[in-house]
Design a protein around this ligand. Structure first.
Ligand SMILES: [Zn+2]
Length: 462
């Protein structure tokens, strides 16, 4: 199968130019002007912008929390991703039974994704307890299973204490793996939550007030210190939300620490005031960390522009507003945390970011495609438009105007956090390994066509 995409404007992390892309057998063969030859499929991208397929390194499909099950499995979730211009996802494995091995969860997740995923995928390992066996499994996961990044939480039931975080860091440093962390100070949250609830402060707004910005600032600062004590490790903060934490990262980076930050569209575009409305509305935005004040939003955009925030992912974790989220109606602490967003990411970053002049098109490609592929060991197979890369392409029509509504999106959930957002520019075609899988907002690919990506460590590719 040979495909030619012609006459488009090609955007990469470093360039913007008119050209054609030839894809042969799923792989980009050639990029240039007026490419000739025989093709099975010729796509005219005149007046369109061509990006590498989006790479979303933070999703939660098939997530079972104690209280609820997130709405998307690997079919509906990856189909929604594809409709939004994303062709690669890295899902965060959920917790398994107490004391289970990392391989146990890996097997569970391979089962979840098999015959379902429609775009290429990988998983981040999850560290829910630490002992010698778990530390030894890190090497096996990296060398044999192609899982080169792992996540631990500083809060929730399976939080990892500082001494164990250092042990994990030391081992990962030796192996070259990446440690990703949900960074919030657990003790402060517990204290504030109990205090608020005991005073009858149970509305959704108090969810945000129980997790103030200094919880994240403190945790990120502490992680940076723990990484220094461990001799330095590749450290990646998932869903960064605050100026306080960003400043710590910027300072640490100046002194040479390898600390990377991810943020998400909800933290760039939605603010804390959304909690100050009726519970039925406000519960849509109960997620952790919570939405922040407008000042933080502006600082995060600055961080993206200046390069101290490396990636924009989604933390896609959809719970229905009509059922699951209602558990929080009388008490915010009972509300399952998370919101959908895997489909909205590229459209929002294009319209709200590029079209509104907050970032360049190259910066969009950098943070939504290229950097995540590099940091998580998939570059240049993913996240790039160059000969030899997978033929993963998103075509955006910059003139296409779309008002976001739940009905127009494909995630298996009954709301979007961006209902009514008027977007200028929208993905009109998504191509995965040379195959058109989305055309005009309709998924037309085969269920289960997605492939597992054996990821490398960052040191092997950069
Ligand atoms: Zn998450």
């Amino acid at each position: 199968m040979r495909t030619l995409i012609k006459n488009g404007r090609i955007a990469t992390a470093g360039d913007l130019f008119y050209g054609d892309i030839a894809i042969d057998d799923g792989i980009i063969k050639e990029i240039g002007s007026r490419l000739g030859g025989c093709f099975d499929n010729i796509i005219d991208a005149k007046d369109k912008i061509i990006l590498p397929g989006g790479v979303d390194v933070h999703t939660h499909f098939n997530l079972h929390t104690g209280r609820a099950v997130a709405g998307d499995d690997f079919f509906t979730g990856t189909a929604a991703a594809a409709c939004g211009g994303t062709t690669t996802i890295v899902d965060h494995m959920g917790f398994g039974p107490a004391n289970c091995s990392m391989e146990h969860q890996l097997r569970v997740y391979h089962e979840y994704a098999k015959d379902k995923a429609v775009v290429d995928y990988s998983f981040h390992g999850v560290i829910q307890h630490v002992n010698e066996e778990i530390l030894d499994q890190l090497a096996v996961m990296i060398a044999d299973e192609g899982i080169s990044s792992f996540k631990l939480y500083m809060t929730y039931d399976y939080r990892i204490v500082d001494a164990d975080i250092i042990r994990v860091m030391k081992r990962l440093k030796a192996l070259g793996g990446m440690l990703t962390v949900h960074a919030e100070n657990h003790e402060i949250i517990e204290h504030l939550r109990e205090e608020l609830l005991s005073h009858g402060n149970k509305e959704p707004l108090y969810h945000a007030l129980s997790r103030p910005d200094y919880c994240e600032g403190d945790a990120v600062n502490r992680l940076i210190s723990l990484a220094a004590a461990a001799g330095g490790v590749l450290l990646y903060i998932v869903h960064l939300t605050t100026e306080k934490a960003l400043r710590h990262i910027e300072n640490a980076s100046k002194s040479g620490a390898k600390v990377y930050a991810e943020t998400c569209p909800q933290y760039l575009l939605l603010d804390e005031d959304l909690y100050r409305q009726e519970a039925d509305e406000a519960l849509k935005y109960v997620l952790s960390p919570p939405l922040r004040t407008k000042r933080n939003l502006e600082e995060l955009w600055r961080g993206i522009r200046e390069g101290s925030i490396m990636t924009v992912a989604t933390d896609h974790c959809p719970f229905s507003i009509s059922l699951d989220k209602q558990r929080g109606k009388e008490d915010f602490s009972q509300c399952p945390n998370g919101l959908p967003g895997v489909e909205e990411r590229i459209p929002l970053m294009f319209s709200e970011g590029v079209m509104k002049g907050r970032i360049s098109i190259n910066k969009l490609v950098e943070v939504c495609c290229t950097n995540p592929a590099k940091l998580f060991g998939m570059y240049p197979k993913k996240g790039a438009l160059m000969p030899g890369s997978d033929g993963d392409v998103t075509i955006i029509d910059p003139e296409c105007e779309v008002t976001l509504t739940c009905q127009g999106l494909h995630s298996n959930v009954d709301y979007t956090a961006y209902e009514g957002f008027k977007l200028k520019g929208y993905p009109v075609m998504t191509i995965s390994r040379g195959e058109v899988i989305v055309k005009d907002n309709e998924f037309i690919g085969q269920r289960g066509r997605g492939q597992f990506i054996k990821r490398k460590i960052m040191g092997e590719i950069l």
